[in-house]
Unconditional design. Structure first.
Lengths: 139, 222
């Protein structure tokens, strides 16, 4: 899941290009953005499977998975909706509302990704805690 | 006597009309639009795009569809373009045409129109450069009307001409034509490049890709 997320986010954030050649490119000044993408990918691939496990095996509440999915989506959307195909599609479809949304997601890319990471860390912490309690109870 | 009066009157009228035409020409002469409506690169109409940067007869043309508020365009401008200019444009192997795909925010079309107002005074590429050196966040005011006028002032443009051009929306249809051309060519983001050889063959490059990609594509087409 981590590799899949990292590659997907790197493509939509234009760190990896598929055409005309497959090439990875890290422009000067965008290193921190890549670090945040790696963090979002790593945390999402930890938190989402843990919550899926909680729901499917322990049959518990779905509240935490919504937090983890929300954090992952925000982390992925921030910056991805700029001048690339996703932003273009959003603006073409939703007009000025889409333009305002994409410019917000682009302008606040770093704070949004940091917020998403904070949310994912929080969900990870609470999930680990509740898993410990729920597993003990099930024993 | 009457004939002489008619002839004299005719000459006087002709002189007055000539003077009026000369005055009007001197007032509006610098606002003429130098468009080559037939200009095509492959199947891409660049008639309404920028002036050609570099040798107009170069065997390769790079058409860039871009937005002045796009940060990827900014990245390409600063990281990749200098090497392309140095190795391909300055050497006469390639030329470059910029075509607006101004879609990101409300100030994007205004910035694009302003470049053509600067072109009226022979400063298209200087204005283009100043925009990509001044880029900030989308629609945060860095490319609003006042700032565009400030850029024009800093380039020493005739402000009366520039302001009448931007305020009247003289080039709004030109920019819209370019946006339509970009969509027609399947450009669905900025920057999107088409490398076109003298026979009209073209290769698309999407995004702010590194110099090595452009070098490989251009070398394979020369």
């Amino acid at each position: 899941m981590f590799v899949g997320l990292l590659i997907s986010l790197s493509i939509i954030s234009e760190y990896i290009f598929l055409e005309p050649y497959i090439i990875a490119h890290l422009p000067e000044g965008t290193e921190f953005g890549l670090v945040l993408i790696i963090a979002v990918s790593a945390l999402s691939s930890l938190v989402i499977p843990m919550n899926v496990y909680r729901i499917r095996i322990i049959q518990t509440s779905k509240r935490k998975i919504s937090g983890s999915v929300f954090g992952s989506i925000i982390g992925a959307a921030a910056g991805a909706c700029s001048c690339g195909p996703i932003g273009f599609a959003v603006i073409s479809t939703f007009g000025s509302v889409g333009a305002v949304t994409t410019s917000f997601l682009t302008n606040y890319e770093i704070p949004l990704r940091l917020g998403a990471i904070a949310l994912l860390i929080f969900v990870y912490y609470t999930t680990v805690r509740s898993l410990k309690i729920e597993c003990q109870l099930n024993k | 006597m009457a004939k002489k009066g008619i002839i004299a009157g005719g000459i006087a009228a002709a002189i007055i009309i000539s003077i009026i035409i000369m005055v009007l020409a001197s007032q509006f002469g610098s606002e003429t639009v130098n468009l080559d409506m037939q200009r095509m690169h492959g199947d891409i109409s660049t008639a309404m795009g920028s002036p050609v940067l570099g040798n107009a007869n170069a065997p390769i043309t790079i058409v860039e569809f871009g937005d002045y508020q796009c940060e990827q365009c900014y990245a390409w401008y600063h990281n990749t373009k200098p090497a392309i200019v140095q190795n391909f444009i300055d050497t006469g192997k390639a030329n470059l045409v910029f075509v607006d795909l101004a879609f990101l925010g409300k100030d994007s079309p205004k910035a694009a129109q302003a470049t053509y107002c600067a072109e009226d005074q022979g400063k298209y590429w200087e204005f283009h450069d100043i925009l990509y050196n001044s880029q900030e966040h989308i629609d945060n005011g860095w490319a609003n009307s006042e700032r565009l006028k400030a850029f024009a002032f800093s380039l020493g443009l005739d402000m009366e001409l520039f302001e009448s051009c931007t305020d009247s929306g003289k080039y709004s249809k030109r920019v819209q034509y370019n946006i339509d051309e970009a969509r027609k060519q399947g450009a669905n983001g900025t920057p999107t490049f088409f490398i076109i050889d003298s026979e009209g063959n073209k290769q698309k490059i999407s995004g702010a890709q590194p110099y090595s990609v452009f070098k490989n594509v251009i070398d394979s087409m020369i």
